[in-house]
Design a binder for this molecule. Structure first.
Ligand code: XMP
Length: 440
């Protein structure tokens, strides 16, 4: 069950989705002006609008998806006379003729600015200190004196939720960090240091490495590996949850794109999202999702405001199955260690060269075959390391980063000198498509 809360103090512009592809873009543009915005379904009633806090104006955002089951959709006519300033864009309602489509970005912004500040008289009070103050209050109201459980992976979203919940309810939160043995170098250690030691969280650290590795032993099929890792994660988390008494709430790092991508009335679901899905029926918690209003960059800004380290807040995307999908085929400790050490070198050298701020995702892969090499005048038969560095907007397509040769040479030399069981370094030049970003 979800009890999603919204802002308390901050002014809001509501965007009514009348079939536009550009709802998210408009919501973002309003927030760039410093005013909070939320997308709502076209059939919201005036009473529902009035129940929302501090609504200063409404943007009716029309588009090509304005027919549902063969019937054209429209907003409730009463909305026009409910006393809110209304701006209609991108669609042709009978009442409003010659509506403009959304113009180029800057002209949008000018149009929006005029509407938001001159007509709606909204205050630019959407910022992270205000957001955090509101959420602390709302979380306290929702949770009361009850306890909250959170799966803390160390990823951006779960880390920021943890920091926010710690600020709001302190020891009423229990964080569970499951180390599945497929984390990057020093990652679990950093979760323990930041949350256990610095933020003094109630942190349960579970080293389940051996358990995951034994389940994965001999399993070479990528899908089978993913399923084992996912299922085992739920099992470990469930076991920990059962050891704790009186938990009523589950914290989740749901963010606004998850909400939008889970489907709207006019757009089909892109993906169903579950951060910790699949818990057994008798472990039904109420959800606390304090980031559900935020876009990714806002989540990062919130993390910075809460004092989390830059490396945690700005870390690149990392798949749930971790290094498990970068240690190709049946995972062995030897190759897992090689991919982890090579990845640490790559990340260090990218940071030295400033590429960590430029490149969207970069990592190493170790395949499950060997090649012949030579070291100290002796034959070697060892694994290659493959470097992958890509840029993308939405991870649906990707291009490769053209890393400068001197940087590639330095990384290659370091990997060959420092990583055990490796005698060759390759650079993956494949865009997506035809390759995917990950190798498995
Ligand atoms: P692909 O390999 O499909 O990856 O081109 C697209 C993006 O998704 C990430 N990825 C995952 N993220 N769980 C995740 O949370 C996963 O199982 C998973 N698999 C891939 C990948 O790292 C890339 O950013």
């Amino acid at each position: 069950m979800t009890d999603r809360r919204t802002t308390m103090q901050q002014d809001m512009i509501v965007i009514l989705d009348l079939g536009s592809h550009e709802n998210t873009m408009v919501a973002r543009a309003v927030r760039e002006l410093g005013v909070y915005s939320e997308i709502k379904a076209h059939d919201i009633t005036v009473a529902e609008l009035q129940a929302l806090p501090n609504v200063k104006g409404i943007i009716i955002n029309g588009g090509e998806n304005n027919i549902i089951d063969g019937v054209p959709i429209d907003v409730d006519a009463a909305i026009y006379t409910a006393g809110y300033p209304v701006m209609s864009v991108g669609h042709a309602l009978a009442k409003v003729e010659n509506l403009p489509a959304w113009p180029e970005h800057e002209a949008v912004l000018a149009l929006l600015k005029k509407f938001v500040f001159d007509e709606c008289k909204a205050t630019a009070n959407w910022n992270m200190p205000n957001f955090i103050n509101d959420q602390v209050e709302l979380i306290r109201q929702q949770v009361g004196d009850k306890k909250v459980l959170l799966a803390l992976s160390g990823g951006v979203d779960s880390s920021v939720v943890a920091a926010l919940l710690i600020k709001a309810i302190g020891k009423q939160l229990t964080c569970v960090h499951v180390n599945h043995g497929l984390m990057r170098k020093d990652e679990s250690e950093s979760v323990v240091k930041v949350f256990g030691e610095e933020l003094k969280a109630n942190l349960v650290y579970v080293d389940a490495s051996e358990r995951f590795l034994s389940k994965l032993a001999g399993v070479a099929d990528p899908e089978a590996k993913r399923k084992i890792i996912g299922a085992e994660f739920i099992r470990v988390f469930e076991e920990e949850a059962r050891k704790l008494d009186g938990i009523e709430f589950l914290g989740q790092g749901t963010i606004y794109p998850d909400v939008v991508e889970s489907g709207t009335k006019t757009a089909k679901s892109v993906k169903s999202h579950h951060n910790v899905g699949g818990l057994p029926e008798d472990l039904q918690f109420k959800l606390v999702e304090p980031l559900y209003q935020l876009f990714k960059d806002e989540v990062r800004a919130c993390g910075v405001e809460l004092g989390l380290p830059h490396s945690m807040v700005y870390r690149q995307p990392f798949p749930g199955p971790g290094l498990g999908v970068r240690c190709l085929g049946a995972i062995t400790k030897e190759r897992l260690e090689a991919v982890r050490e090579a990845d640490a070198i790559l990340r260090e050298e990218f940071a030295n060269a400033g590429l960590d701020k430029k490149v969207w995702q970069y990592f190493t892969v170790v395949p499950d075959f060997k090649s012949v090499g030579v070291r100290d005048n002796a034959r070697t038969f060892e694994y290659p390391v493959i470097i992958r560095a890509i840029n993308t907007i939405d991870a649906m397509t990707a291009t490769i980063e053209e890393i400068d040769w001197p940087i590639l040479h330095k990384i290659t030399n370091r990997i060959l000198a420092e990583v055990k069981n490796v005698n060759r370094v390759c650079y993956d030049l494949s865009p997506k498509p035809n390759a995917t970003i990950e190798w498995e």
